[in-house]
Design a protein around this ligand. Structure first.
Ligand code: ADP
Ligand code: MG
Length: 522
């Protein structure tokens, strides 16, 4: 019998695999932008011609590659981002498969110019390297992809029109720019500017790219903006979800948001939102979709509730009552959410401590105290406040990391190690550029540290890092814990507001209770 089975050559394997990772110009642009972000770029310039079919060019000022890495990066499964499957758990880069460049190169003419100080130019055709030579370039990387799918006619035939591809690419660049406000992005199409944003703060970037929103959410793992119910539309185009900064399509989260809106919107209308979920890498599997567009949550129910509650809370007053009851708070105390920057200097608040207050019950993360009337304490807020003060005053006990974190610093940033030690983060420099974090204070999770570092570089002040303190808060407390937290809170300088400026507790006098229930005082 004649032999029928043959091993496929590497280039054919890459072309077949390319179908999954690189479907169209937008997916290529996504992979290339993510590589630039992973390389720490602050400016990313993209250019396309004919929707990307003729040319996709991306230029960044990231840390680039040296000659050896440059020669390797077009090979399949070549990556600098993980070494073992376990590394996926602590992943803080966008890429990890080492597939994108190999896949893109296998279906195009590709030119790579990159420099980490030493510049290299590589030309590949259909995935085969045809030239490697030194060249001139500042630190950073430029990749040019020409004649896309020239050697895969079947795929080429199924490509959309140039204008449809241009629109898709633009949407991709816009979307990615939302999650990376500290990076400047530009997109040129056929020589004209299609999109351009400068470095901004998150809120301004979102306003610039998507528009303004009525409600802001800042709650544990969830942050972002949602539109007023009246702005809900017939499609999902205004909905942007990011999980650990990756743009993700998640029917589960979309549904949870909708439920959070409750009866405020109709069944077939979709409220615009930009939401960021920051969860620990272990609780979500990003390795379920070749383009990392979908994820699998370990605890779906928990994520669902988290999102739904955060959205619902954005509409509700700070203490929520059953919706069917219409409730007007008594004038004695205010439910209005004051923003921290609008807070006026206030006289020191007298806590109801002179009498024996009794912890009654814990409802979710609320503690109910019996004082003269009732005191309702948001334990998460109290917890954040206590952690914040502990770190500021006496440096809280750090928790050693099982896997120390390693992060690359840029030139001139070496002083950061000392600054971080100054706020109780155990770290050291390895060589001149690698920052190793050995232990973190309890409020900070390893997965969130890169974000923390990013804002530290900008703000340099613990006081302005408040959002990070409100991140990792227990979801439920025992009555003893709640009681201890309440006691500990009394020793804090600010006992009324959490580090984000949200009320920690509110007291209802007995007579106000009467007012609330009967609608009048006796
Ligand atoms: P992955 O991103 O999954 O590691 P890629 O095929 O996208 O795989 O890239 C392979 C490797 O090439 C990366 O791990 C990285 O080391 C390097 N690389 C790619 N693009 C850039 C870039 N713009 N700047 C610096 N290094 C890059
Ligand atoms: Mg990549």
């Amino acid at each position: 019998m004649k032999q029928k089975i043959f091993r496929l050559p590497e280039t054919v394997i890459n072309q077949i695999a390319a179908g999954e990772v690189v479907e169209n110009p937008a997916s290529i642009v996504k992979e290339l932008i993510e590589n630039s972000l992973d390389a720490g770029a602050e400016t990313i310039a993209i250019e396309i011609v004919s929707g990307g079919q003729q040319l996709i060019r991306i230029e960044d000022d990231g840390y680039g590659m040296g000659p050896e890495d440059a020669a390797l990066c077009l090979e399949r499964h070549a990556t600098s981002k993980i070494r073992s499957v376990e590394d996926l758990q602590g992943l803080n880069t966008m890429g990890f498969r080492g597939e994108a460049l190999a896949a893109i190169a296998s279906v195009s003419h590709l030119e790579l110019k990159t420099s980490d100080g030493t510049a290299t130019r590589i030309v590949a055709e259909g995935g085969k390297i045809v030239s490697v030579a030194p060249c001139a370039r500042n630190r950073g990387t430029t990749i040019e992809v020409r004649s896309l799918f020239y050697n895969v006619p079947a795929r080429k035939k199924f490509q959309k029109s140039a204008s449809a591809n241009t629109a898709q690419v633009a949407r991709m660049v816009e979307t990615l720019s939302l999650a990376h406000p500290h990076v400047a992005f530009s997109l040129h199409s056929n020589g004209g500017v299609a999109f351009e944003v400068k470095k901004r703060a998150m809120k301004e970037r979102i306003e610039e790219v998507v528009g303004s929103f009525e409600h802001e959410i800042q709650r544990g793992e969830i942050g972002g903006f949602i539109a007023a119910p009246a702005k809900a539309g017939p499609t999902r185009t205004g909905q942007y979800l990011f999980i650990n900064r990756r743009p993700i399509f998640s029917p589960l989260v979309a549904k949870a948001v909708k439920e959070g809106f409750g009866t405020r919107i109709g069944e077939h209308s979709y409220p615009p939102f930009v939401l960021f979920l920051e969860v620990s890498p272990e609780s979500v599997d990003v390795n379920v979709h070749p383009q990392k567009r979908e994820v699998r949550f370990r605890e779906e129910g928990k994520i669902f509730r988290l999102v739904q509650e955060a959205v619902a809370a954005a509409f509700a007053p700070s203490v929520s009552f059953p919706e069917s009851l219409s409730f007007t708070p008594p004038p004695a105390f205010s439910f209005a959410e004051e923003l921290p920057w609008e807070r006026k200097e206030e006289a020191p608040v007298e806590l109801p401590l002179s009498f024996a207050e009794r912890p009654l019950a814990v409802l979710g993360s609320f503690l109910l105290l019996q004082a003269e009337g009732l005191t309702l304490v948001d334990l998460a807020g109290a917890h954040a406040r206590v952690l914040f003060e502990t770190l500021k005053e006496e440096r809280g006990a750090s928790q050693a990391l099982i896997w120390p974190l390693q992060l690359e610093l840029k030139r001139g940033e070496e002083a950061i190690a000392e600054e971080l030690q100054g706020i109780g983060i155990e770290c050291r420099l390895l060589g001149s550029k690698t920052l190793v974090i050995d232990a973190l204070p309890p409020f900070l999770e390893a997965a969130h540290f890169p974000l923390f570092l990013e804002s530290w570089k900008e703000k340099k002040k613990l006081d302005q890092m408040a959002p990070h303190f409100c991140r990792r808060i227990k979801k439920s407390y025992s009555l003893e814990e709640a009681n201890a937290l309440w006691r500990r809170l009394q020793k804090c300088g600010d006992r009324l507001y959490d580090p984000l400026g949200r009320r920690i507790w509110t007291a209802v006098q007995a007579e106000d209770l009467e007012w609330m229930i009967r609608g009048s005082k006796n």
